[in-house]
Design a protein around this ligand. Sequence first.
Ligand code: IPD
Length: 280
Amino acid sequence: MREGDVMDGTTPAPEELLKIAVEVAREAAETAYRMRAEGVSAVATKSTVTDVVTAADRAVERQAVAALRAARPADAVLGEEYGDADGAGLAGGSRVRWILDPIDGTVNYLYGLPHYAVSLAVEVDGEVVAGVVRNAATGDEWTAVRGGGAHRAGRRLGGSTETDLGQALVATGFGYDPARRAHQAGVVHRLIPYVRDIRRFGVASIDLCLAAEGMVDAYYEKGLNLWDHAAGGLVAVEAGLRVDGLAGTGPGPDLVIAAPPALFGPLHEHLARLDAAGGP
Ligand code: IPD
């Protein structure tokens, strides 16, 4: 069920792909944690001066891509630091693509805050079918298989049962571009009177998993990349949350909203009113 499934056109079972994902994510998380203990500094900046990349981001991505290559040589890999590792999508003819954020929460990592994750999702024919998010500092690990539920430590996740947005704890995040942040701060400023409170943890993939677990009631953010939300988004969906953009556009760079069905409508209404998907 490795190269053979590519040759004969069968679809690999999502459970099998999850097993590989978990193995690769655990090894990657170990490397991230070890490199953090050895000391870390920003080696370069990306989109803005506050958008850093560390040597560990790159090393962890290289390691994970090599492990995926060893397990499933024909598959494509989309990684945060190196982009599409195949250069041209499904170069090997496989129907499978891996989507990797080697260290989500790079700023937390830089500061030694124990809240950063390896996020690894796997798509078959363009649909995410399995994913794992592992907090590399604590070992907390969330997994999901499409149609098979979301789990942490053997427990099936079901999201929050809160039905009143006014009582909801809502997580969000900010991009790196100053103009975008200003717009996002304006949205938070005008949303906070209508919710219990706001949380900003700095790791989109874990935010989605916390929403899946009901440790926050809902989450939204503009400007996410696929590697930020592919795995955590499936965890949230499999926990029964609705994960979508504005007006049913699907989760994407404009907006990702994750909320239990009872909260989704009211939160969506506020975010639409506040132009949360707008601005730079
Ligand atoms: C960032 C984190 C952060 C979110 C940003 C992301 P990175 O990812 O997930 O929580 O607010 O939008 O870019 O840069 O740490 O991999």
